[in-house]
Design a protein around this ligand. Structure first.
Ligand code: CP3
Length: 356
């Protein structure tokens, strides 16, 4: 394997000195890019992009080719590959988001769920990782990812996206033991899936807990954070002679930063509802921080975007330990030039925070 030409993303996650603040965007390969829409049309649909390593590699590289200042690549795939591999039958209805043919409703459904083998059942993801690593050739590090057990459980129990998580919350409060069994199976599945990605070449991993922030404080600890902690303790943390940093992203988790910082990960992802400087004071030296510009700022003009980037950099202040990102994924309506203005502003304005 080649040495990394640009490792500032990995260095910042480990709070090692950097020249400028590294930057990447959640959902950086996606529908806001015309070249992505062209690849998806060529592949036929979204899952065909994910299941074919050449297509997955092509779309992973698109944002890096358009915005050479990006400091990391993220595997092109989806969090719902695990429930699909458990036999739920994932499909995407145009304009409606993800759906499952089979829904998880009872203890018997949960008992029957298999724990997928990453090589046998999710081999297409492992292939995508190694294909992308080869193509990157050391240009920037590759991020692998998974959903958190709680976030995956919401899709499995609801049968797709949901506004109120009615069925999932009912299961949690009616039959907590059944919910714990589901989350435990998911935690085992996520651990071996992420370890598979790391051994295939992922150089950092992120756990997306998109819906953890929808739980009560007590339920968050018991039904989301506890399982992420378990995953983190089972991950391969060093590979190819380098540390493999782990990032936990609980959207709307700002109230619980101290306990998330105690879960054993190297970094926390923040959404835009927290002040970055205050978050830094709260987590102290324990973890690095990633985030946290409101993605809708990208609808404003490039000058307003640059001003917001400067404000967030100043809020974090001097020193390493910050990876710039959006506070959630970039949306399909954003103009690519606005994403470009965001990415270049991070390097342009951050040098002053990294001088002695
Ligand atoms: O960040 C990246 O560029 C990597 C790729 C990535 C995708 N999904 C591609 C994708 C990642 C990291 C994800 C994670 C994901 N998937 C999450 C967690 C992150 C988050 O955004 O909170 C969730 C909840 C999902 C589930 C999912 N997949 C939904 C709800 C949808 C529909 C979204 C929509 O806006 O329609 C998807 C589909 C999906 N995953 C798309 C992409 C680029 C759009 C599919 C398309 O091209 O039509």
């Amino acid at each position: 394997m080649t040495d990394l030409k640009n490792d500032r993303f990995l260095r910042a996650l480990l709070k090692q000195p950097v020249d400028v603040t590294p930057v990447w965007m959640m959902r950086q390969a996606g529908r806001y890019l015309p070249e992505y829409r062209a690849s998806r049309a060529k592949a036929g649909d979204f899952m065909s992009l994910c299941k074919n390593a050449e297509f997955a590699c092509e779309v992973t590289m698109q944002p890096l080719d358009r915005f050479p200042q990006l400091d990391a690549a993220i595997l092109f795939s989806d969090i719902l590959t695990i429930p699909d591999a458990m036999g739920q039958g994932l499909y995407f209805e145009t304009g409606e988001g993800p759906r499952f043919k089979k829904v998880v409703s009872t203890l018997a459904d949960i008992e029957a769920l298999p724990i997928p083998d990453p090589q046998k059942d999710l081999g297409y993801v492992m292939n995508a990782v190694s294909t992308i690593r080869k193509e990157l050739n050391g240009r920037v590090p590759l991020i692998g990812f998974s959903g958190s057990p709680w976030t995956l459980a919401t899709y499995m129990v609801e049968g797709g996206s949901s506004k109120d998580f009615r069925k999932t919350k009912a299961m949690l409060y009616d039959t907590p033991q059944a919910m714990h069994l589901l989350l435990d199976k998911l935690a085992q599945s996520v651990t071996s899936y992420l370890n598979g990605q790391i051994l295939a070449g992922a150089q950092a991993v992120q756990i997306f807990d998109t819906w953890g922030g929808n739980l009560s404080s007590a339920a968050y600890q018991e039904f989301s954070l506890a399982y992420m902690r378990k995953i983190v303790s089972g991950l391969v943390r060093e590979h190819e002679g380098r540390k493999v940093p782990v990032i936990l992203f609980t959207k709307n988790g700002g109230l619980w930063l101290e306990s998330i910082a105690d879960a054993g990960a190297d970094a926390l992802g923040l959404d835009w509802t927290c002040d970055l400087g205050e978050a830094r004071r709260r987590v102290g030296n324990k973890v690095a921080l990633q985030g946290n510009m409101d993605p809708t700022v990208l609808y404003a003009n490039p000058e307003a975007i640059r001003t917001e980037v400067k404000r967030i950099l100043a809020s974090y202040g001097k020193g390493s330990g910050h990876v710039f990102n959006l506070g959630h994924g970039i949306t399909p309506e954003v103009k690519p030039e606005h994403a470009g203005a965001f990415i270049s502003a991070v390097h342009e304005f951050s040098g002053q925070y990294h001088q002695e």
